[in-house]
Design a protein around this ligand. Structure first.
Ligand SMILES: [Ca+2]
Ligand SMILES: [Ca+2]
Ligand SMILES: [Ca+2]
Ligand SMILES: [Ca+2]
Length: 488
């Protein structure tokens, strides 16, 4: 009997080792080599503390996407071809973590580009640390207009700006947002301005609010949710173009990230996805940092809150969680084209050994896996960051782009549902950004690596070359101009 038990234990051990071996086997030969790297040489200030970022926008009206890069005290512009157009020194409002330093937060570019004054020339707009709104001519960086803007009582200054369309007359309005001057700063102050008012002596807002339910780490997003040609302001509350509260989610914790897309094509308009951190039953009462962290520890051990909300301007469509685990970051895209609606990837909280989980557009769990089990050998065990859905191959099936977390690291494109890595690029990327800059509707993977901008272009044939440009979509333009580390 003892001998049989021994044999059983040995077999069990061999089985476990074999299982562990197969679980950890990755196939590096699966990486797709068919891409090219375009390099744009930059002359940015050297220092990089995670402040400032990059956007693509057409500065010179040739219908090609150019680049604006921001750093503390600096903005620079490069043509699509890589030729430098201009740079200026300015105390642009860009920050580290927004909850302690104000908006727009880690890696946020803090800049908007568009024809705000309807003269068929693109302007570059930004806020300064001394409370000015600056408007530059996009073609040459020459200052066109600047005006001091008073911010609401209890705030330091306006910190976040979004070119918007609140009156239905085009992108000629501006949303401003400020955090409260507090130990944990939340951007509950918002105001909308018309460009005509901003060009005047004493700008008067179209409307303003002091009760916006903001994302804790990034600025407000705007998009035309209901397709009436006017933008709504998106947070835990949805604010109408006229400044009225349309809907609010039953949030208990705070919001870590917000995404807007047509996640459910069966429901008219766009849908908003918000990720909650904390919430549920908080046994430790009070609002001090200590009670905040004690409740967070309780949440993590026993699991409450940490929900995912899908909603629009009218209703909560669903609310879901995966065992109350903190979703932390999300990427939303058509990761399984044969399934209706978009799919949702969540990074999970873990600081090392991330365990992502995914949902379908109806809130059903699709998959979960360990990042260490799927990432290529040598990838940091801190996992991925700056995760964006990407139309990489033009098939309609989206993948995710990401970089190594917490380092100037390698970048990759992976299938978020299974975790399979498709493209692996050795790099020292400080930021990554996904956008169609080749004008072929597919998206390129753009990496800011020290004093170079790398643009990775897929060389495989484009199966849908006549597809409408993603830039024609209101939400895409807004999204690509208003992003940060937590909300790429
Ligand atoms: Ca251009
Ligand atoms: Ca203009
Ligand atoms: Ca609307
Ligand atoms: Ca929809």
């Amino acid at each position: 009997m003892a001998k049989r038990l021994e044999i059983f234990v040995v077999l069990l051990l061999i089985g476990s080792i074999a299982l562990a071996f197969f679980y950890n086997t990755k196939s590096p030969s699966a990486f797709n080599p068919h891409f090219e790297r375009r390099v744009i040489s930059l002359d940015l200030p050297e220092e990089d503390e995670g402040i400032g970022g990059v956007i693509a926008a057409d500065l010179n009206n040739d219908h090609k996407m150019d680049f604006v890069i921001t750093k503390p005290g600096y903005l620079g512009a490069w043509e699509n071809s890589g030729k430098k157009i201009w740079s200026v020194k300015a105390d642009i409002q860009i920050t580290k973590q927004s909850e302690y330093n104000g908006l727009p937060g880690w890696h946020a570019p803090g800049v908007q580009v568009g024809d705000i004054d309807a003269d068929n020339v693109a302007e570059v707009l930004f806020l300064t640390t001394n409370s000015y709104l600056c408007i530059l001519d996009g073609r040459n960086g020459v200052i066109k207009h600047s005006i001091e803007l008073r911010s609401p009582e209890g705030t330091e200054r306006w910190e976040h700006l979004v070119l918007s369309n609140f009156r239905g007359a085009g992108d000629h309005d501006l949303l401003l947002q400020a955090t409260e001057d507090d130990s944990y700063r939340m951007g509950r102050y918002i105001a909308a301005f018309s460009w005509e008012s901003l060009m005047g002596e004493l700008p008067v807002p179209l409307w303003e609010r002091d009760d916006f339910i903001a994302c804790a780490h990034s600025g407000a997003r705007v998009a035309d949710l209901n397709g009436d040609g006017k933008d709504e302001v998106l947070g835990g509350s949805v604010i109408s173009p006229e400044g009225k509260k349309m809907f609010q989610i039953p949030l208990e914790g705070h919001i870590d990230a917000i995404t807007v897309k047509d996640i459910r094509p069966d429901i008219p308009g766009l849908e908003v996805l918000a990720l909650e951190e904390g919430g549920g039953w908080n046994p430790f009462k009070g609002t001090t940092k200590l009670t905040y962290y004690l409740n967070r520890i309780y949440d993590r051990i026993l699991g409450t809150g940490n929900r995912i909300f899908l909603y629009n301007q009218e209703q909560l469509i669903w609310m879901a969680d995966y065992r109350n685990k903190e979703p932390q970051n999300s990427a939303v895209g058509d990761f399984i084209p044969m399934n209706d609606g978009l799919e949702i990837w969540c990074r999970s909280r873990y600081s090392t050994h991330q365990k992502p989980f995914t949902f379908d557009g109806e809130g059903n769990l699709l998959s979960r896996y360990k990042m260490n089990g799927v990432a290529p050998d040598g990838w940091t065990n801190r996992g991925v960051e700056e995760i964006s859905a990407i139309h990489w191959d033009g098939s309609g099936k989206q993948l995710c782009a990401a970089k190594e977390r917490h380092k100037a690291g390698n970048i990759a494109i992976f299938d978020p549902i299974k975790g399979t890595f498709h493209v692996l690029i050795g790099a020292k990327a400080d930021r990554i950004y996904v956008a169609d800059v080749q004008g072929d509707w597919r998206e390129e993977l753009i990496a800011l690596c020290g004093n170079q901008l790398h643009i990775y272009v897929n060389l495989e044939p484009n199966p849908n070359s006549s597809h409408e440009s993603l830039w024609s979509q209101n939400w895409y333009r807004r999204n690509k101009m208003t992003w940060n580390y937590y909300a790429p």
